[in-house]
Write a protein that binds this ligand. Sequence first.
Ligand SMILES: CC(C)(COP(=O)(O)OP(=O)(O)OC[C@H]1O[C@@H](n2cnc3c(N)ncnc32)[C@H](O)[C@@H]1OP(=O)(O)O)[C@@H](O)C(=O)NCCC(=O)NCCS
Length: 181
Amino acid sequence: MTAALVRPDARYMASFVEAMREGYSRDTLRPETPETIAAVAADPDGFLRQLADPPATIVLPDGALGQRAPETLLWYVDGDEFLGSVSVRHALNAALSQWGGHIGYSVRPSAQGRGYASAMLAGMLDHVRANLPLDRVMLTANLKNPASIRVIEKNGGVLQDTIPHPWVEGDRGRRYWIALR
Ligand SMILES: CC(C)(COP(=O)(O)OP(=O)(O)OC[C@H]1O[C@@H](n2cnc3c(N)ncnc32)[C@H](O)[C@@H]1OP(=O)(O)O)[C@@H](O)C(=O)NCCC(=O)NCCS
């Protein structure tokens, strides 16, 4: 089988729940809990419907309510196996310009270290080139996450600056841009 970027679909849900149980999280800043995993496992179709039609607001890491940026989420899969996720926000808002940027990604723990994040980001950059009117995209990485820094730099990331992490006290992070055209 060959891994590919696809839209979330019911055929990957069993593997997606397994990935959550082994430590994959939908949000890098907030780990899943037994309750969030159980909720997805109990109603995979409802979960997929919510992914397709998400709420207009989002709870920010500090608990405040923000406007959700329009986003395209793709899953990296091999056969029916879920390997990881990558999403692109179609435009930056104030919070994302500070931290988060356009593109975020995550690979399930058992599939890390095999080049998947690098391949997912490269595939998403192609997707953005073909589907969105963006000339460049912003990405951020915590200095404590050298694997993510490497993934961004391998995909052409140019460092803008290093800033205090807005959501994690004491941490610092890098903001990068990748030119698309
Ligand atoms: C960061 C993450 C996406 C990397 O996924 P991955 O599939 O293991 O990444 P890849 O295998 O494509 O590449 C990782 C690169 O970083 C390198 N790397 C890994 N650990 C490293 C370390 N501690 N120091 C330096 N480089 C490191 C690898 O050698 C590889 O580089 P190479 O291709 O030149 O050998 C994954 O660890 C993850 O999902 N973490 C949790 C979520 C997250 O942090 N997302 C990113 C938010 S910005």
